[in-house]
Design a protein around this ligand. Sequence first.
Ligand code: FES
Length: 243
Amino acid sequence: NVDDFPCKITAREMVGEDILSIRVRCPSIAESIYPGQFVLLRDPSWGMDPLLMRPFAVSAVHGEDLELLIKLVGRGTSLLAERSVGDDLVVRGPMGRGFSSPESSPIYVAGALGAAPLLFARQVFGAGRFVLGVPGEGWGPFVDYLEARCPEMEVFSDDGSIGVRGTALDGLEKGESCPIYACGPMGMMAAMVKLEPVSCQVSLESRMACGIGACCGCVIETVQGKKRVCADGPVFNLEEVVW
Ligand code: FES
C-alpha cells in the first residue's frame, strides 16, 4: 500500500548549478523505504499543472528525514527548487522494487546523479568500493557533496578535470566477482554488459511519467518481455535487460 504523506522541507542546498539536495521529514517512508526504491514528490499548491508527481531516488535516510538529489530538468523540478525550508510538499512512497542485499562486499558504480540510490545502498548495505563518473567541468560542487558522504569515492571525469580521466567503468576489471550495484545513463549500463560482471544489479533512470505503473511510458525490453521501470523496477539484474 502506497500513500501520500504531507511533509515539510527540513534542509535544502544547491550542489551545483542545477542540482538540488533536499531533505523532507516523512517518518513513515523513512522507516520502510529500501535502497533503490524511489518516491514521488509534488508541491501541494500545484493544481493540475504540473499534473504528475515527479519521481526521485532517495540518497539517504536521516532519522525521520529522506534526503533526495534532484536534477533541475524541467518545470516541476524548477518549481521544487524554489521551495524553502519549512515549506510543505506531498510525498508518495516507497515506490518500485529496490536492490537485494549483497552476499559479499559490494562495488557501487555511479554515473553522475546515479550516485543517489547508491549512496543509500551504501548506507544500508555497508561501505565498499564506490566508483563515480561525471562529465567534468562544473561538477566540482556535486563531487564535493558526494565525497563528504563517501570519502573513499573513486572519481573519473570525461574531460579529466576532476579525478582521473575516463568513465566509472574504467574503475572495474573484466569479470568482476564482487556484487555490483550500478546506476547511471543507459549507455553506461549497456557498456557494463561487456565487462561480464558475475553479479550486477542496475537501477534504471528511464524517464517516468505517471510513476505508478499506469501509463506504460517507461517500458523497457527484458528477456521476459516488456517491463515497466517504475513498477517492475527500477532495479533489474543486468542480464535481465535487453540493451
Ligand atoms: Fe507510467 Fe511507468 S511511468 S507506467
